[in-house]
Ligand binder design. Sequence first.
Ligand code: HEM
Ligand SMILES: CC(C)=CCC/C(C)=C/CC/C(C)=C/COP(=O)(O)OP(=O)(O)O
Length: 319
Amino acid sequence: MTDASWSETTTPPREAQFGDYVELLKPRVMRLVIFTAAVGLIAAPVAVHPVIAVATILCIAVGAGASGALNMWWDADIDAVMGRTAKRPIPSGRVTADEALAIGLALSVLSVMFLFLFGNAVAAGLLAFTIFFYAVIYSMWLKRATPQNIVIGGAAGAFPPMIGWAVATGGVGIESVLMFALIFLWTPPHFWALALFRNDDYTNAAVPMLPVVAGTRVTRNQILLYTLILVPAALAPAFTQVGGPLYFAVAAVLNAQFLWGAWRIWRRDDAAAAADRFAVEKKFFGFSILYLFLHFVLLLAEAVLRGVGLTLETWPVVL
Ligand code: HEM
Ligand SMILES: CC(C)=CCC/C(C)=C/CC/C(C)=C/COP(=O)(O)OP(=O)(O)O
């Protein structure tokens, strides 16, 4: 469906295609979110039937996508102003805001309902809370209100492994809290590195991201500070039942590299960054994604080595 408000001088948007609706669900970011949820489920000490595992991961994926659609519905005005997001389905007129809202709400309800059926009440409750946290607390409130938006709002992105863990165990454990902490503390360096080289976008859109409000010096300091706190939190799972020597050895290298990147960002200023077009910040942002992905690959590898994760022995109750 297209928006009728386009004037004759504007290139009319084309009709929406299936891909536009998929784009509403923020698939590129959400694939890592879904992977962390899957690892939370598999690393848990209670084995799950593959049918339940697949069904519940699908529910979490749909719920994550739904929260992305709700975010795009609410943020359409901001997205229209920023170069990175101006071509999204709503600002480009291919999908209407009402459609995005309807899709976001419908998929949220369906995902939580089916996670309750295939999983349990704790997992479904956590998924509902996570969708609410991203769509309402982060998008509708914090994002436009405070430079601490992504620190507090980052909690939404940290819940998925806890949801996966809750599917398997029916509860919360120290290990799932550590997985939460890993993502929670990783989010500020991940995002602020990007905000440094996308500062103009956020300034134009009047979004109070840290570099806009407090300046780039403070942002560089905060990236290093959060990385210093992140490193011990990222190594801690090695000493629990989900970790082991493999996790520790590889994570130590990854964390040394992350710390080195944060240090390089900290010790330079905007003139140096402008000279190489934010090459260090861009590299650090790219590496942040690999960094988080590999930590969860390590948790998966440790689970495979322990022989936990899936079992055909417990036939799913729901069937
Ligand atoms: C409040 C928390 C977060 C903020 C503000 C944030 C912000 C961003 C932004 C603005 C981008 C660029 C996206 C684009 O090019 O459209 C990005 C990319 C990305 N983020 Fe985050 N992020 C957050 C949390 C997370 C979490 C929790 C994950 C996964 C666990 C994640 C995974 C990714 C990935 C995989 C990409 C690259 C997407 C691509 O391939 O283009 N982010 N993030
Ligand atoms: C299971 C479940 C519900 C998971 C949700 C996970 C979650 C909250 C991920 C958030 C990651 C994200 C896309 C942040 C972007 O911030 P932004 O929206 O300010 O970025 P933008 O400018 O790209 O829109």
